[in-house]
Ligand binder design. Structure first.
Ligand SMILES: CC(C)(COP(=O)(O)OP(=O)(O)OC[C@H]1O[C@@H](n2cnc3c(N)ncnc32)[C@H](O)[C@@H]1OP(=O)(O)O)[C@@H](O)C(=O)NCCC(=O)NCCS
Length: 258
């Protein structure tokens, strides 16, 4: 098996043919619609969740935004990809993974983690993802954090709101934040940090992963109500950026021992 992780493509270099392949991977591999309440609009339960190339372009690559695409092939066939978007918040660069999919035949082999490792840049300091799949959050944390999952450095809830409000991606900017981190009275759902995205994906596969991660005490984001997705935001500076900022930022003078 030969795995190739391609280098990142910036928005302007992403061709229609690449988007057609990405849309096909998503439509065949992402997941299926689950049951939804009668008052909510959603896909037909049991059918595949699909996305066209033009939907991908408008949702993941909005005009003027700093977006990118990383794909991985196995033996020459597209096996996984990630779309990411960057923006600035208080002099820091945010890196947000807006879509992540790995072909079923290649899951649980760290392919998602390796794709996000390729997405990550030295200048990135704030990382985020919204996903119904705990493995997507785990891959994000393994690729970008310098500490194990439960011990992350998270921005405060109001700061997370401000980071997301600054996003050029509409569904991030307008996300309805849920869970006790954002709505202290929201304890009955068991969700710690998430969004009500009206996304009624079938939870069978994500819940199998969740059961394992909870059993291993690796899961800090709580339970996931139907129609919701997890929200993970954390900060981490690469050591190179840490040193560069140290030299630029005003700091206390060290005492001299003469
Ligand atoms: C979510 C998804 C991208 C993960 O891809 P993957 O290549 O299997 O992920 P990785 O192998 O890199 O796993 C990363 C971590 O997640 C956890 N994990 C992955 N699959 C898991 C599972 N089935 N059960 C428990 N934990 C799991 C592990 O901690 C793993 O790290 P480790 O192998 O070092 O222990 C893939 O399952 C997928 O495409 N799912 C459908 C689409 C989707 O939900 N995408 C996310 C929306 S943004």
């Amino acid at each position: 098996m030969t795995v190739d992780i391609f280098t990142e493509f910036r928005s302007e270099d992403i061709t229609d043919a690449m988007l057609d392949d990405a849309a096909r991977l998503f439509s065949e591999q992402y997941g299926i619609w689950g049951v939804h309440p009668p008052n909510r609009k959603s896909g037909k339960p049991g059918t595949r969740i699909r996305m066209s190339a033009s939907q991908l372009r408008s949702q993941c690559l909005p005009e003027g935004a700093r977006c990118s695409y990383v794909s991985a092939t196995v033996d020459g066939t597209l096996a996984g990809h990630a779309f990411a978007c960057r923006w600035d918040y208080k002099n820091m660069q945010v890196c947000w993974v807006t879509q992540l999919v790995v072909h079923r035949d290649h899951r649980q082999r760290r392919l998602a983690t390796r794709i996000i490792e390729k997405v990550r840049k030295t200048e990135d300091e704030i990382f985020g993802i919204i996903s119904a799949h705990p493995a997507a959050c785990m891959a994000m944390s393994k690729a970008c954090a310098d500490t194990s999952f439960p011990h992350f450095r998270h921005p405060s809830a109001p700061e997370q709101v401000a980071i997301m409000t600054a996003s050029p991606i509409a569904h991030i900017r307008e996300a309805e934040l849920r869970g006790k981190l954002f709505v202290p009275a929201d304890v009955h759902t068991g969700l710690h940090s998430g969004v009500d995205s009206n996304f009624f994906v079938d939870h069978e596969e994500p819940f199998a992963a969740l059961a394992w991660l909870e059993w291993e005490r690796l899961w800090p984001l709580g339970a996931l109500p139907d129609g919701h997705e997890y929200l993970l935001v954390f900060t981490c500076r690469s050591s190179r950026l840490e040193r560069a900022k140290f030299l630029l930022e005003p700091r206390l003078k060290m005492p001299s021992f003469t």
